[in-house]
Design a protein. Structure first.
Length: 559
């Protein structure tokens, strides 16, 4: 791809294009996404993935997935597998581009030895609490450790013994020797290695010292010859440390660029908090459709195209902000509107008997459009019979004048079918409505009246004889408040969890065509929203609501 083929839309693209013009990286664009395998990816990670990998694709470059597997206490193979699966589901072919920080453990150890020999790193025996105390504050400079003046020989000996496992956890660390009075706390002799006698998912028990992120990350970028190391704004204060390590070693030095992370209303995107929700069973796992994880969004029915479109729409900024979740919902609505097949499903059924229907056994098979946005999707046949189901909230016994659905004496159109008029209401011993008696106009087949009369209400319906039973899970926002952290004193962020984030409907009636639906299939249930077949679906269909329609009672076309 040439420069003229690409028009910059954000400041990072401008940097890349300028580098290509000047030949800074010999015409290369090589990016990476470096997740820690201590949880599942969420929508915020999707923004970073689409940016990093999208830039490489746009400019004909390369991209790496590099796991930052430097903390075996929190890391699991489950997370590694899930991260790779999510990225490929988003549409990025990983090919042979999967790497691990642990691939370079030996090389990073040798680099640490180099810094010790230069007098730029030392083994410290202070406890973690003492290190924090000696570090100082934003307004108070730090104090040098009493071990800072150890000789090169002593440091080399201690570091080698750390590697051999001679010391317990927390007894020693390797620290960079920079500046304990620096206004940037990250430069106050940061820890490079700590002792952890823990088995690693990939290296087993080969190591008992593990590198810290700030030490490991930049070296991974250097070893892989990344050109643009793109990260979120919280790492801006870490940039001087990134540069210091690479400059002191005199190795290949990528350019770090920071951008604003994604904030989204009605959710949290801290992996620590998401893990807390899972562990405390506030949700049913990492792939719970209420979670902002990619696996959760996938299970809910989101498409990878909608997520990529959302990430492109919100753009790349230099300052943090919070995006309204409706923009994510609009992205999937727009995508599914073009691709999802239309079907009729009654979620809260109310029985309707057509009293003047010819016989109990007569069935009229009507033509129904599969997707008005896609003429190539064609039509299907839906059965109409004497006994039907409509939505319970499509009927009011004492309806106001502007209630344009069914009521005693009122006429409505049934989608693709006939005009019907309610003539009687049947109630049980508790006074609850259990059945409607109606008549139909046989001259209105297909939904139009030959005499030109109009009705304002069009309802969806399902033939009772042919209905398919299903469970439908109606999901809402996980948190009731736009900002879950906006709580009064003494309250916890979890106090803002939405108690109505999930409603399970077990007596739903679906048109018979849906009996053939497979897990992952997506549909628009007319007037109800977009729904996806859940992986739990077996002998009984289970659907998840992906998102509601923009206007639940929006007018629909006559046919």
């Amino acid at each position: 791809m040439t420069e003229s083929d690409v028009k910059p839309t954000n400041f990072i693209q401008e940097i890349v294009e300028d580098d290509l013009r000047t030949g800074k990286w010999e015409g290369r664009v090589h990016t990476r996404f470096p997740p820690e395998p201590n949880g599942y990816l969420h929508i915020g990670h999707a923004k970073s993935i689409c940016l990093n990998f999208g830039l490489a694709e746009q400019y004909g470059g390369e991209y790496n997935l590099r796991f930052d597997d430097t903390n075996p206490i929190k890391e699991e193979q489950e997370y590694i597998d899930a991260i790779a699966e999510d990225i490929q589901w988003l549409g990025f072919d990983l090919k042979d581009r999967i790497f691990f920080a642990s691939d370079y453990f030996e090389q990073k150890y040798e680099y640490a030895v180099q810094l010790i020999k230069k007098g730029k790193a030392y083994v410290d025996g202070l406890s973690p609490e003492e290190i924090r105390e000696y570090r100082g504050t934003l307004t108070k400079p730090g104090r040098e450790s009493p071990h800072r003046a150890r000789s090169v020989e002593e440091n080399l000996n201690l570091f080698e013994r750390m590697r051999k496992g001679e010391f317990p956890d927390g007894s020693h660390v390797l620290r960079a020797k920079i500046d304990m009075a620096s206004p940037n706390l990250n430069l106050r002799d940061p820890v490079m290695y700590r002792i952890l006698h823990a088995s690693h998912p990939r290296t087993g028990d080969a190591w008992c010292i593990y590198p810290m992120y700030d030490w490991s990350h930049g070296l991974g970028d250097s070893i892989e010859r990344i050109t643009h190391s793109i990260c979120t704004l919280e790492f801006e204060n870490h940039l001087p440390l990134y540069d210091w390590f690479l400059d002191e070693l005199g190795v290949y030095h990528p350019q770090q660029i920071e951008f604003a992370r994604l904030g989204l209303t009605h959710t949290v995107m801290s992996k620590r908090r998401l893990l807390e929700l899972v562990k405390e069973h506030h949700v049913k796992g990492w792939d719970d459709p209420r979670m902002p994880t990619l696996s959760g969004l996938r299970r809910r029915g989101y498409t990878p195209e909608s997520i990529r479109s959302f990430c492109a729409d919100i753009g790349v900024a230099k300052f943090n902000s919070t995006i309204e979740i409706v923009r994510l919902e609009n992205a999937v609505r727009e995508d599914l509107n073009k691709r999802a097949l239309r079907r009729m499903a009654v979620l809260r059924p109310l029985k309707v008997v057509i009293e003047n229907w010819p016989t109990d056994t007569d069935v009229d098979w009507l033509d129904a459009v599969n997707n008005p946005e896609d003429p190539s999707a064609g039509t299907r046949k839906v059965p109409f019979s004497r006994v039907l189901y409509i939505e319970r909230d499509d009927f009011l016994e004492d309806a106001p004048r502007k209630f344009f659905r069914l009521a005693p004496g009122r006429e409505v159109r049934l989608r693709y079918a006939y005009f019907i008029t309610c003539t009687d209401v049947v109630k049980d011993e508790n006074g609850e409505i259990v059945e409607l008696r109606c008549t139909y106009d046989p001259d209105t087949r297909g939904g139009d009246a030959p005499d030109g009369r109009k009705v304002k209400g069009t309802l969806h319906w399902v033939s009772a004889e042919h209905a398919v039973d299903a469970e439908v899970r109606v999901y809402d926002h996980l948190f009731a408040k736009p900002d879950p952290n906006d709580v009064e004193d003494g309250r916890d962020w979890k106090d803002t969890l939405n108690p109505n984030s999930l409603e399970v409907l077990t007596d739903c009636k679906l048109e018979p065509d849906l009996k053939q639906a497979n897990p992952g299939d997506r549909f628009q249930f007319e007037r109800r929203g977009y729904f996806c077949v859940d992986p739990d679906s077996g002998s009984e269909l289970v659907f998840n609501r992906t998102v509601s329609l923009k206007d639940t009672w929006a007018k629909i076309a006559k046919k």
